[in-house]
Design a binder for this molecule. Structure first.
Ligand code: SF4
Length: 356
């Protein structure tokens, strides 16, 4: 007798593209149009087969028995007064995924996690201080988006804000390029024209700078790229972004110059503003030497402080002056407004509380 498959090892429905569901229907001797019906429910964020009302009950039962349709469960949701929603999900091994929905008047962005924790140890990053509990699977990455879509359908965002998901950013917990297979599979699911059909111009992968994997990402998908730069000299970056010791700035430079950019797009260089650490005159000079203004833009980020962390954010006034100085030198510079600061905005804070 074949041993029963544990639900953890089952194929995960949110990781399936239309062609995968079609193969499954063929195997189960179901009419092909059932695959499209299942895909339509998934696209709405309905992953529970018993809620897929257009399917016959025996097929609903079979789906729920043979596939892992809901690899994540919602543990918590906090809503900020600015409309930002922060979600905490868990899988069957109690691995956590933190995701954020950020509504703006013309777009809605979901920030997704790729790992529970992170081994890269950037000292200013809350996620870096958490124990590493493992990679999220492709289905667990895509389920974050589908479950948020479902939640938004059931509880629409405030009227004046956009309640529709238009953009995805891999900027939650974890280093996406350290979970490369699941990252690539999940991007393929998001791009699938029968699935969510999100344009590659609306998907951004943020990385601390895993150079060979950036090259592979560019070749495979050419999605938008964001780099956690945070320092423009090796001395300081070795400290703030330790992966720099393995892939120093000259290697990152070469890799960014070769990255296939969609037309009129820029690579975003993320730069968290730490008072007295990377916000000095000499840092402006280092940025001028490093940034390629033709292809890159700099995004200055206010630091969200958290307990037991020595760093402090630069003041708003100083960030504005720093930004103006860079703009004067021809570097396209923006300042990221902090969203959801009343709901533990630092990435990994909700998960950290849960892991204790
Ligand atoms: S900044 Fe990114 S790579 Fe660095 S510890 Fe945090 S999650 Fe990991």
């Amino acid at each position: 007798m074949r041993p029963a498959m544990t639900s953890i090892n089952k194929t995960q429905l949110p990781a399936m593209r239309l062609k995968d569901i079609q193969s499954c229907m063929k195997l189960w001797k179901q009419p092909m149009y059932r695959a499209k019906q299942i895909m339509e429910w998934c696209n709405k964020g309905v992953l529970d087969p018993h809620l897929m009302r257009t399917l016959p009950i025996p097929l609903q039962n079979r789906l729920s028995e043979e596939l892992l349709c809901m690899p994540l469960s919602k543990k918590q949701m906090l809503e900020s007064k600015d409309g930002t929603r922060k979600y905490l999900f868990h899988n069957q091994k109690n691995r956590l995924a933190e995701s954020v929905f950020i509504p703006e008047t013309t777009r809605g962005t979901i920030c997704i996690s790729s790992q529970d924790g992170c081994v890269f140890d950037c000292p200013f990053c809350h996620t870096g201080t958490l124990p590493f509990n493992g990679n999220l699977s492709c289905g667990e990455i895509t389920a974050q988006v589908l479950m948020i879509k479902n939640d938004l359908r059931e509880n629409p965002a405030h009227n004046e804000l956009c309640g529709v998901v238009t953009h995805l950013v891999y900027m939650g917990m974890g280093e996406p390029l350290a979970n490369e297979d699941a990252l690539h599979q999940s991007i393929a699911v998001f791009l699938d024209k029968h699935g969510l059909n999100i344009s590659r111009r609306r998907i951004t992968v943020s990385t601390s700078g895993v150079v060979p994997a950036i090259q592979r990402l560019g070749e495979a998908f050419g999605v938008n790229l964001a780099i956690s730069l945070h320092a423009a000299t090796d001395k300081l970056r070795d400290e703030l972004v330790p992966i720099n010791q393995k892939y120093p700035l000259h290697m990152l430079r070469e890799c960014l110059d070769a990255y296939p950019l969609p037309k009129q797009r820029h690579i975003t260089l993320e730069y968290v503003m730490l008072a007295g650490v990377n916000d000095r005159e000499e840092d402006i000079a280092a940025l001028r030497a490093f940034v390629n203004p033709e292809r890159e833009k700099l995004n200055l980020i206010c630091f969200n402080s958290f307990e037991n962390n020595p760093y402090k954010s630069s003041s708003t006034e100083h960030i504005n002056q720093f930004s103006q100085a860079l703009i004067k030198h021809g570097i396209r510079t923006t300042v990221r407004r902090s969203r959801g600061s009343d709901i533990m905005a630092a990435c990994g804070q909700l998960a950290g509380k849960e892991h204790g």
